[in-house]
Design a binder for this molecule. Sequence first.
Ligand code: S5P
Length: 260
Amino acid sequence: SIQKVMSHKERAVKCCHPLVRSLYSIMNDKETNLCMSVDFTSSEDLLQLVDKVGPHVCLVKTHIDMLEDFTTDVTQQLQRLAHKHNFLIFEDRKFGDIGKTVHTQYQGGMYKISSWAHITNAHPVPGPGIVSALAEVGKPLGRGCLMVAEMSSSGNLATGEYTKAAVKMAETNKDFVIGFISQSRLSADPDLVHMTPGIKIQMGGDSLGQQYVTPKMAITERGADVIIVGRGITGVSDPVGAAKEYKQAGYSAYLNTLNH
Ligand code: S5P
């Protein structure tokens, strides 16, 4: 069971990181805790869907290196849509190397992730140096990072002491680490956002190890602040209808946590 949660409205004022306050303010205004994961290979498909679903989400999560036709125009358009529909952009890069390497990967290369993604994430496996290196790039830009503290895939190794170390890395670097990718409530600190992937209304999994729980389970039983939904939206014939359904399911579950 989870401790009583602070409302989005309260967090939009009280949380220490400005980016977290922005996120909760969007969630409060748009009444949504839904993050859409758009794992597409075509830029046009990505931008078209983001324009349609944008009104229903607080966050759009990308895997920018999946695009077969990437140009810098895509990230410019994405930023335009983020402004138009009032959502934040989360590049799911899952950095996982030594400080020097991730510094260059975050700042430069073809994607220049730090220049357009409000939020990115990192594996704790290299140790705290990964946070200091990413922070050197991201902090001056007001960016935030999530620690991948737990995973949704079957047999994953992000458990026990590893997860605890990830929580410590977050709690001691709150000027840049804004929360977790997790499957449960890991920290009692309301400043740290818990985002949970592996969500589908029709539970189950896929053939490659993904495991799903429902939006309601993720929020009421596992303490998620934000639900991350990919194929539950992008893989159906009516993605906008599905997005509305996930938004509704996620938000009513959130409202329920306030009443208990
Ligand atoms: O543990 C994790 C962490 C992440 S960020 N499990 C995940 O599935 N993800 C990501 O969430 C994954 O890379 C994918 O982009 C999304 C889930 O997609 P879906 O289609 O299975 O909902």
